[in-house]
Design a binder for this molecule. Structure first.
Ligand SMILES: Nc1ncnc2c1ncn2[C@@H]1O[C@H](COP(=O)(O)OP(=O)(O)OP(=O)(O)O)[C@@H](O)[C@H]1O
Ligand SMILES: [Mg+2]
Length: 464
């Protein structure tokens, strides 16, 4: 049955307040959803056990259980169920915890009716699309043959990959270092019609400016000292395939101008050449910088930015999707055990717990490195926390974090001042936004900063 067409998707509403339950019921039934109500946590859990819901809308404070218990019960029954939390009291920590455990969204009370409805309908649409993507992962848990992780935010990215792969649209992939930007770019290429053709990587930060133009567009013999022959550039190499412009934020101003025409028209000239060369390419670029800020500060051309960023894929940091750590760790363990010819059968849950507590400034790449080293050094066939190759500084840091988030009495070696200040700033900003029910301009007022500065800080700290 296609639920999307019949409009009979089922929603379980969990709230201990009668008026709220009734209100939500009326609002949701008007939209043709099938609504079931639960007035406490136990009732909700028993309903979840007996029936299949498409979506669970739960309050956080329920008297007996908490919304997180409902979330866990629902996800245990069916990993694909969409869970949205609503609360007037939630702290940022609860919200982050809920998102990490797989909640789709966290809506502060009082909410805007239209906005809640649109969140629900978007989540349900995504659920059905994701089911299709999910099947492609099959038993291996690998999406597009190279990507692991089924957190809601990654599932959303898989959906985007499938959508953009169908067209020639320019894609900008943003995210911290090591989050998997290149892996995603390759997945887009492999999902597209261009799959059998070249995928050309250009490291825009790694090539000296003087050489870059000839690297990109090629040159004619004798056009500069050392140009002994005619040479094709990377744009030509990528003809009928995909060009991946990595670290695009590092490109000099002069080259940005030259790139603009090539991006706009897919036409360029070789250095020293007169003839226009036209290519058929898909352009994907990536950066770990905040390019919008680079544009505001005049370091990146606005016109080029808009050309490259037709669709943006934002890859979340690993610490924002801790639910993926276990599967990633398992994947890398298997990969490196096989490569090194070792039999490592099991990663202990203690080892996973330890990894879960770490914040991974180097993201997936750092996790991969930790595990590669751990496998290389291991002598037993089970990985324990001790056998994880995490440096003593990092262990101290994890222990310090466990004890207290900001312990001003004690200075822990290896925890940098910048890191602590960033944590405090981030927690304080989120708290202020929570207090103002998500209203950022009120939050800015509360913190006595300008709205502009607030926006800048939020984007710097990746708070949405
Ligand atoms: N979701 C994932 N599943 C499996 N492997 C991953 C995933 N994300 C990243 N990796 C692996 O982690 C490493 C780093 O990923 P990648 O090079 O794509 O990151 P990046 O965002 O391009 O980093 P940088 O900004 O430093 O260039 C690679 O070995 C990649 O295969
Ligand atoms: Mg990269």
């Amino acid at each position: 049955m296609n639920y999307l067409e019949t409009g009979s998707q089922s929603i379980l509403v969990v709230d201990d307040e009668l008026s709220m339950r009734e209100f939500l019921q009326i609002m949701l039934e008007k939209e043709d959803y099938k609504v079931t109500l639960a007035e406490n946590g136990r009732k909700a859990v028993s309903l979840i056990d007996r029936k299949d819901f498409d979506l669970v809308l739960s309050d956080i404070r329920l008297g007996d259980l908490t919304g997180l218990d409902i979330l866990r019960a629902a996800k245990k029954k069916n990993r694909k169920v969409v869970v949205i939390m609503i609360s007037a009291y939630a702290t940022t920590e609860t919200a982050v915890e809920a998102m990490n455990e797989g909640a789709y969204d966290f809506v502060p009370k009082p909410f805007d009716n239209a906005e809640l409805l649109s969140t629900i309908s978007h989540a349900l649409k995504l659920k059905f699309k994701v089911a299709a993507v999910d099947e492609s992962a099959g038993e291996t848990g690998l999406y597009f043959k190279r990507i692991v992780g089924s957190s809601p935010r990654m599932m959303h990215i898989y959906e985007l990959i499938k959508q953009v792969a169908l067209s020639k649209i320019n894609v900008l992939i943003t995210g911290e270092s090591g989050t998997g930007k290149e892996a995603i770019a390759r997945a887009i290429h492999e999902q597209s019609k261009r799959e059998g053709n070249a995928f050309v990587v250009v490291n825009c930060g790694g090539i000296p400016e003087a050489l870059m133009e000839s690297e990109l567009f090629g040159h004619k013999k004798g056009s500069f000292t050392g140009a002994a022959n005619d040479k094709k550039g990377l744009f030509e190499e990528a003809h009928q395939g995909t060009i991946f412009l990595d670290e695009i934020g590092e490109l000099s101003h002069g080259l940005q101008v030259k790139l603009l025409r090539a991006v706009q028209e897919r036409i360029f000239k070789r250095v020293g050449g007169l003839k226009d060369i036209e290519v058929d390419i898909r352009i994907i670029s990536a950066t770990n910088k905040n390019l919008e800020k680079e544009v505001i500060d005049g370091r990146f051309r606005e016109d080029l930015f808009y050309r490259l960023n037709v669709i943006e894929i934002k890859v979340p940091a690993l610490r924002e999707r801790k639910g993926d750590i276990r599967a990633l760790a398992q994947f890398f363990f298997e990969k490196y055990s096989k490569e090194m010819g070792k039999v490592i059968t099991k990663v202990s849950s203690y080892a996973i717990d330890m990894l879960n507590k770490y914040d991974f400034p180097g993201n997936v790449r750092e996790l991969e490195n930790i595990i590669e080293r751990s496998v290389a050094l291991s002598t037993t066939n089970i990985i324990l926390p001790e056998s994880l190759s995490i440096s003593i500084h990092k262990r101290r840091w994890i222990e310090g974090m466990e004890k207290k988030r900001f312990d001003l009495e004690e200075v822990i070696k290896g925890v940098s001042l910048d890191k602590i200040l960033e944590e405090i700033e981030s927690a304080y900003l989120k708290k202020a936004i929570d207090c103002c029910n998500g209203n950022k301009s009120k939050a800015a007022e509360l913190l006595d900063v300008s709205f502009r500065s607030m926006r800048y800080r939020l984007s710097k700290l990746n708070i949405s």
